[in-house]
Design a protein around this ligand. Structure first.
Ligand SMILES: [Zn+2]
Ligand SMILES: [Zn+2]
Length: 443
């Protein structure tokens, strides 16, 4: 068998993840992600998103350049999405129309995708096929298996492509969390079984391959939150928490501590509403029954003036904006753009980490300056990562015993960190394939 691997996007930057595997005459695409900073740069320099075509977005570097696959498009049998983060599904509205193939994802991933498609006003011809975690689907001669995994959002899977000649395992993104707040532990049993079968290649994220040790569990983030929310005295002031809207377990912990404080919990913002609705439609969580989830801008404004009137100390506000994104709720709160004034000694809890991209670092610095000018009390880094550290990566490799390793999810410097781990474990240079965007390799 000839197997060819395509590193379409996400191998020269952190974002726009897209890979493809060609096995005999079938191609399976893995993820179609977005690289948001490229678009933000474009908009900041006066560009208008509505004028952008898909080709224009490729030129900007906002979506993967799939020109390598276009001549082979008749061979594409499916587009498989591992989880719902935008750096993995954000380009589906623009890239999927190039292929006459179904899109496979977990129910939650597809629920989020559906609202993305609505946002972009795109209706796809591609069929959407729901695959439950820990089940399989046959595409042509390839059996696509979704293996349940933990990450910073719900229903994340490692994807195994089984062929007659062996298996390719796609592990982009994951962490090994043995005490996740929602959902079950990773399916280690299945991973160990794979180790006894024939894994030809492991495509694996390298984002934190440099970070010694094991990624702390979500349980740890929950304890950190508990500590700042329940133990730091605040009876008179506002408490505002921010995290990624897709981090449903984190949102759940925040809401529970808000209740313990006897504060009314309000989730504010369109993306909060989007990810919470998607989870509730699938009965994965129940937040809107006990709390308010407000998406529309006019309603958000009304709520904020109510809070201002009724007493800021009676509420817990949960919103986005932890990256300091212009236009996000927290940024607008910090810069007088909403009918709610932040006051001295209000609490702002950042339950996230700044994504280390220049534009995010700049935005976040500005946000913190604005907050400090208002003499707000800032609690930072109340967070644990959703990505595997070095020892988790080692454990995964030990479990599945791949013949070849393809480091993914980052530029060369990050890919090299994973390569160095592989060399440390006895892999040869030939067995570790360092790729960059827009290339392919035979395996
Ligand atoms: Zn992710
Ligand atoms: Zn990712």
């Amino acid at each position: 068998m000839k197997m060819e691997f395509f590193s379409v996007g996400g191998y020269s930057e952190v974002g726009k993840n897209m890979s493809a595997v060609k096995i005999n005459d079938s191609i399976i695409i893995l993820d179609m992600g977005f690289f948001l900073p490229a678009l933000v740069d474009f908009e900041e320099s006066g560009g208008e998103r509505k004028n952008l075509t898909a080709e224009g977005m490729i030129k900007l570097g906002a979506i993967p350049n799939d020109k390598l696959l276009r001549p082979l498009k008749d061979k594409v049998k499916g587009i498989v999405l591992g989880h719902c983060h935008l750096d993995h599904i954000g380009s589906v509205p623009f890239s999927a129309p190039n292929y006459d193939a179904p899109i496979l994802g977990s129910p939650y991933t597809l629920e989020v995708l559906r609202s993305e498609l609505e946002n972009e006003r795109v209706s796809l011809k591609n069929k959407l096929l729901k695959i439950n975690p820990n089940s399989s689907y046959k595409l042509d001669n390839v059996e696509v298996e979704f293996i349940h995994m933990t990450h910073s959002t719900l229903q994340t899977s490692l994807v195994a492509l089984h062929t007659k000649e062996g298996t390719i395992l796609y592990a982009n993104d994951f962490k090994f969390d043995n005490s996740p707040v929602i959902q079950k532990k990773p399916n280690y049993k299945r991973l160990k079984q794979l180790g006894k079968e024939n894994v030809i290649a492991l495509v694996v994220e390298s984002l934190y391959a440099h970070q010694e040790g094991k990624t702390p569990s979500e349980k740890v983030a929950r304890e950190m939150l508990k500590d700042v929310m329940l133990s730091v005295e605040n009876t008179e002031n506002a408490i505002i928490c921010t995290t990624f809207a897709s981090h449903i377990s984190r949102l759940k912990s925040m809401a529970e501590f808000g209740e313990k404080l006897n504060r009314k919990v309000v989730f504010l913002g369109r993306s909060m509403q989007k990810y919470i609705n998607a989870a509730e439609n699938l009965k994965l969580v129940e937040l809107s029954k006990r709390h308010e989830v407000i998406g529309y801008s006019s309603k958000v404004k009304k709520k904020l003036s109510d809070i201002e009137r009724h007493g800021r100390n009676k509420y817990l506000i949960i919103c986005t904006g932890g990256q300091g994104e212009p236009g996000s709720m927290l940024t607008r709160l910090a810069s007088h753009q909403l009918p709610f004034e932040l006051l001295k000694d209000d609490h702002v809890i950042f339950s996230n980490r700044t994504i280390p991209v220049e534009i995010n670092i700049r935005n976040r610095d500005k946000l913190e300056r604005d907050l400090k000018n208002k003499h707000v009390r800032i609690f930072k880094d109340i967070h644990v990562s959703g990505h595997a550290y070095r020892e988790d990566l080692r454990d995964l490799i030990n479990m599945v015993k791949p013949k070849n390793i393809i480091p993914a999810h980052g530029p060369l410097e990050k890919l090299n960190n994973l390569a160095s781990l592989a060399f440390d474990m006895g892999y040869s240079k030939k067995e570790v394939k360092i790729m960059s965007d827009g290339h392919s390799v035979e395996i």
